[in-house]
Design a protein around this ligand. Structure first.
Ligand SMILES: NC(=O)c1ccc[n+]([C@@H]2O[C@H](COP(=O)([O-])OP(=O)(O)OC[C@H]3O[C@@H](n4cnc5c(N)ncnc54)[C@H](O)[C@@H]3O)[C@@H](O)[C@H]2O)c1
Length: 394
């Protein structure tokens, strides 16, 4: 048990900055000491906001010289694995942005390195901690859903502007879509569902199939924004398509459907979820600001033949099922990023280090959820055939 605040370094000063008010709120548990970014303007902006922190343009130099216990990795996805391994080997605890690593070999190495080093590794999967998702988790844990048979998660977010800089050059997100034909961003959809369904061990998810639609929305955007001569308009330039559907069959016989769509013109919905049990049903709001709906046997209305009648607003059940973590931190969490998710990510990570307990989203969760990237690529290459999910074990 550690008594002083966790000394934290951040690498990747853009996403990391979304945590500034959270860092302020959690100052008894977390103390920011270092910032690393290859862009020195980013470092200067952080140093202006947090006086006394040391800036590094090189991650290796920060690992060698910096005074910190833990690092929050918020760099482009392709850097996550290498930066995590280096930090663990340097004796640092790691909080890593989504997702953890690209290949199954890397994920296995990550799990092994966390076991060998005994450091805390948590994935910053903030959607798991959002209020409705935690409320539904509490309903599940109290038995309100009964036996779960089906779930959905979808991340629908028009990210086309993020694929290019203002000159029309491809960013790291654009490069992912150029070279990867798979579910490239699974954890926001799978994370909450996996927690509801208790998918924590290696044999809980059995097979995965993945299908990708043809690409059209991105080219439409490019033509309009950068003109018809843009190099990305050449046929076959993008490996990815507009919409990706992944189906996971669980060992329990339950089915999970995930949709990822980053390229279609429509208002976003990054938090679409469905959960079906034999005693209750959950349907999330269709857009930000719309509440979710729930029907639960014994408390919601029924037709004369005993079938479900009307949905209830999810929060009608908050008096009984509000998650204790949310009940304790409601006022603060609501004001902080990603519907409170960012607050709980950092709070849980710091608590895990300070008390020696396992983080809520540990390396096995991180590896299992991230493995969808590599496995979906395999399935897509096989025309959507189911591939076995090897899983990871504690
Ligand atoms: N959980 C969420 O809700 C959420 C939201 C947004 C982004 N993210 C994740 O956060 C990460 C960063 O996303 P972003 O939108 O901030 O990307 P970004 O491209 O806007 O910023 C990346 C930052 O990392 C810096 N950087 C690049 N290479 C570096 C290196 N080798 N060493 C140090 N710094 C380096 C860049 O200069 C830049 O400041 C990604 O993994 C993304 O998936 C998660």
């Amino acid at each position: 048990m550690k008594s002083s605040p966790v000394k934290l370094a951040v690498v990747g000063g853009n996403r990391g900055r979304a945590f500034n008010s959270t860092l302020d709120y959690l100052k008894d548990k977390v103390s920011l000491t270092c910032i690393c970014d290859t862009d020195t303007e980013k470092i200067a902006a952080w140093q202006k906001e947090f006086s006394g922190i040391i800036g590094y343009a090189s991650y290796d130099e920060m690992l060698e010289k910096g005074d910190f216990d833990a690092v929050f990795i918020a760099t482009p996805i392709d850097l996550h694995f290498e930066q995590s391994i280096k930090a663990l080997r340097a004796g640092k605890h790691v909080l890593c942005e989504v997702y953890a690593a690209n290949t199954l070999a890397e994920l296995n190495q990550l799990v092994a390195t966390v076991k060998e080093t005994g450091r805390v590794y948590a994935m910053a999967e903030n959607y798991v901690f959002m209020r409705p998702n935690m409320l539904v988790l509490n309903m599940v844990q109290q038995g309100a859903f009964g036996d779960i048979t089906y779930a959905e998660g979808a991340y629908i977010h028009d990210c086309r502007p993020l694929r290019f800089n203002e000159k029309g050059e491809i960013t790291w997100r654009g490069e992912m879509f150029r070279h990867m034909r798979c579910n490239t961003y699974p954890t926001h959809s799978l994370g909450p569902v996996a927690k509801w369904m208790g998918l924590t061990e290696h044999d809980h998810m059995k097979t995965l199939s993945c299908f990708i639609s043809r690409q059209s929305g991105l080219n439409e955007y490019v033509r309009e924004k950068f003109g018809p001569e843009h190099p990305s308009l050449k046929p076959g330039y993008w490996k990815y398509g507009d919409s990706c559907t992944t189906v996971i069959e669980c060992t329990s016989g339950a089915i999970i459907t995930m949709r990822l769509d980053d390229d279609s013109p429509r208002p976003h919905n990054m938090c679409h979820y469905v959960l079906q049990g034999d005693r209750a049903s959950y349907l999330s709001g269709r857009h930000d600001g719309e509440d979710g709906l729930v029907w639960a046997k014994g408390v919601s209305s029924e037709n004369a033949d005993g079938t479900a009648k009307d949905w209830d607003n999810l929060y009608k059940h908050a008096y009984k099922y509000e998650h204790p973590a949310w009940a304790a931190h409601m006022a603060a969490a609501r004001k902080l990023g990603h519907g409170g998710g960012d607050f709980f990510v950092l709070d849980d990570f710091a608590d895990a280090i300070l008390t020696g307990r396992r983080p809520f989203i540990d390396v096995v969760d991180a590896a299992a959820w991230s493995s969808v990237v590599a496995l979906s690529a395999e399935s897509v290459a096989l025309g959507g055939a189911p591939v076995l999910m090897p899983g990871f074990s504690r």
